[in-house]
Design a protein around this ligand. Sequence first.
Ligand code: GLY
Length: 587
Amino acid sequence: MRLDDTCRWSRAMLSIVANAVALSLPLSFVGNEAAFARAPVQTPVLTASAIAVADKYSADAAQQIFNEGGNAIDAAVAIAFTLAVTYPEAGNLGGGGFMTLYVEGKPYFVDYRERAPAAASRTMYLDGKGKVVSGMSLVGEKAAGVPGTVDGMWQVHHRFGRLTWKQVLTPAIQYARQGFEVEPQLQQVREAEEKHYEGKTNFSRYFGALKAGTTFKQSELAQTLQRIADHGGREFYTGRIAELIAAQTRGSKWITRHDLQQYRAVWRQPIIANWHGYQVITAPPPSSGGIGLIQLLKMKENLRSRFADVPLNSPQYIHLVAEIEKRVFADRAQYLGDPDYYKVPVAQLIDEPYLAKRAAEVNPKAPSDTRSVQPGLGMVTAQRVSRVTANERAETTHYSVVDKWGNAVSNTYTINGYFGSGVVVEGAGFLLNNEMDDFSSKPGVPNLYGVVGSDANAIEPGKRPLSSMTPTILTRNGKLALVVGTPGGSRIFTSVFQVITDLYDFKMPANEAIAAMRFHHQLLPPNTIFWEPYRPIEGELAQQLQTLGYTLERQAFNGDVQLVKINGDTPEPVTDPRKRGVARVIR
Ligand code: GLY
């Protein structure tokens, strides 16, 4: 069977699923193993498969799936469900994300971002005086969007998976039922976050026992995963799990059965741009990440004479990159939002002449006055705030997967902050996200990441909040070259940019590129460079940047880039030394 045939078959199956749901047929029918399409057998083009993932349990799950004959898509779905068990601070069933795929030489993108429930409204997080109520979009049920992860995984597996749905869920069910040994980092994160939920949510009742070295079992979550395995992904949206979610949020009149029934992940055209002989395949809106990444890469390219002989991460290098970032974040605040609700000018924002003009605005000697940096396409209504204290945390998780047949998955998914809203769905055992904070609660007021938004990202029922997640794949002459991504909120695309330029402009080995210093600027707070605890900006470098006019701010977290680079026909997976990830080649 050719891929096109498979896609047709899958499309037919999807409509059967939709009809079955509409006709209220038993869900066991649509979850029937025999009903699944099977991806065709391909010829190996790489010496091995490879993964870079956030923890050792998801690495083992992927290995099991590859050993059973699965492809990158099967492994990716198994990883997502496993991390929902073993990496509860960011892995999830109750959140959403983006997946960029390269399958049989073709690029794809799945948007399974959360949506605002029907009960959402533009001013819901404002008090009677029009002020944002602190914390309301971060903690508790009303911080949660309608989750998309399960439908995203269901659709992707349905279209491109080779193993059965039950097979790819098996590792996650085992980890939930039999437990897994808690790593010290997970206990630290739990301790750091628990105080936000005290007296407000049921978090501690479910996750208070996360202690390093102990075995942590999640029987309700095991049941939930088993239901999804037995009845298919739509069980989450129309079956018992949907009932439990609706029951959990009934008191606050929030996510309803109808919201859940309506939820569908969306296949979108990825953003594709040529850069240095590579095709960069990355995330379109509602992510700002893909556009931001392309803008950064192309403006740097336009400024190659300015960058010539400037050493990596020297004061002048950091200054030039910050100047570019200023312009990217000015555009982001004004033009980016859910494309189903707002016409995002994607083509104009990554247009070569536009980016050449924007690059020419960069002041090579000193930081441009923040107020002078406006969105570049006109319609200048961007809001301004004076000083923002960014409450940065290391959110979200990313993994990169390549199979020996040359297919790849770059997946970033999230419940937003660590442990999301802190609300666990009783009886179902998983956390709900706090993705509503990624909307602009009020244009001009910064979110969790200190990022300011405009009307394009105002709250509306059914809308997806703007994201920075940037799962990215690079190809060269149709062959895989790199699969990369990271968590980090608004730092995501500036981090992916730095890793890509370290690899290809500075020709660094992949392990050095991933470990190198990363920094971040985002227009506001003015002239502020954020640095990571892992690689501090200090000493003479700090002094020189301060002399240039920059303020330096330590952000509370380190990133967690996961990449697979393909050298000839050999994949090289690399995990970020900053966290507890695992890179593995699987033969
Ligand atoms: N919630 C993080 C992001 O979507 O970028």
